[in-house]
Write a protein that binds this ligand. Structure first.
Ligand code: HXC
Length: 287
């Protein structure tokens, strides 16, 4: 479906691109012809990531930047523009999250997550778009949210609240910035384990086994699956696709379907027998 020039002419910044899903997306972008920039808080991580990304032969740059710091974000875009020209792609991937009972959260803890996810996305989005608008060039923004933007989720309330805000931002800006030729979309990934996320969100094996048991595919997502969807959304293959949030979670988010629980009760063959017996019983007696 993709070839090595699918993203030719794209210059894409991935926030939080030094590791995990951000790095996986940046790597696939570079492999398919994009020039790529990554930012994050830890320089050592970014340096290693850049070496990995350079193997594709594209221009690759990094900037140390905390997306919560608006002045630093503005300086980052200025700096990247001097090195790569005006960027035309932005992936807001940097995030913060941890498990906590909501009643135990301090204001500072709530703020730490909201600042990275919601304020950080706002900071990057605004500076990115302003520079594109000044140049009268089109571009594409991709926000990485979560499937629980629609439902909320216990024990990750700050993340749910912040990501829901990003989802609302996605739809708002898709409409508002259509006239500038800027598309704004979101991906809602299910579980794609990375060290950063899983060390904060998956306490141990028992939790993990329970999680996978109730997942309809009984497996996690693979980074490459997410990266390919990101490529599609950042490419020119989808010029009319904007304001959309695409879930990639193996249907995990749909577990609330009223009778979905039945799939977890017993093997399918046994279920068939039970359903058949119910059918027989429900037949009119004929008398
Ligand atoms: C309760 C916590 C906490 C925890 C930190 N805090 N961790 N409270 N439980 N586990 C509190 C601190 O006590 C402090 O409040 C406040 O939060 C700020 O903490 P700091 O460590 O000073 O903040 P900071 O260094 O800025 O770190 C931000 C962070 C951290 C969000 C807390 O976890 C981080 O940097 N995360 C980035 C990477 C990450 O989280 N990746 C996962 C994203 S996964 P007090 O009151 O003590 O000052 C994701 C996907 C979702 O989003 C979908 C999954 C299926």
């Amino acid at each position: 479906m993709f070839h090595k020039e699918t993203l030719k002419g794209k210059t894409i910044l991935v926030t939080g691109g030094g590791s995990g899903l951000g790095l996986a997306m940046a790597d696939r972008f570079a492999e398919l012809g994009a020039d790529v920039a990554i930012c994050g808080r830890t320089e050592a991580k970014l340096q290693v990531a850049v070496e990995q990304l350079k193997r594709h032969g594209r221009r690759v740059e990094y900037v140390v930047c905390d997306v919560r710091d608006d002045a630093a974000v503005e300086a980052m875009f200025r700096e990247l523009e001097s090195r790569l020209g005006v960027l035309n792609g932005l992936v807001n991937n940097a995030a913060g999250n941890f498990l906590s009972p909501s009643e135990a959260l301090s204001l500072n803890a709530f703020r730490a997550v909201v600042d990275i996810v919601l304020i950080g996305t706002f900071n990057c989005t605004r500076h990115f778009a302003r520079r594109l608008m000044a140049e009268k060039k089109p571009g594409s923004i991709l926000n990485i949210v979560t499937t629980y933007v629609h439902t909320g989720s216990a024990f990750v309330m700050p993340s749910a609240a912040a990501k829901a805000g990003v989802y609302a931002m996605t739809m708002s800006l898709a409409y508002e910035w259509a006239e500038y030729g800027i598309r704004v979309n979101a991906i809602a990934p299910g579980a794609f384990p990375t060290h950063g996320a899983w060390s904060r969100l998956m306490p141990d094996d028992t939790f993990e086994q329970f999680y996978l048991k109730r997942h309809p595919w009984h497996r996690y997502g693979e980074k490459a699956e997410l990266a390919n969807l990101a490529v599609f959304l950042m490419s020119d293959l989808a010029p009319y696709l904007t304001g959309e949030c695409i879930a990639i979670d193996g249907a995990e988010r749909l577990q609330g379907g009223q009778f979905n629980f039945i799939t977890q009760l017993m093997p399918r063959e046994k279920l068939k027998t039970i359903f058949q017996a119910m059918k027989e019983k429900a037949k009119p007696s004929g008398g």
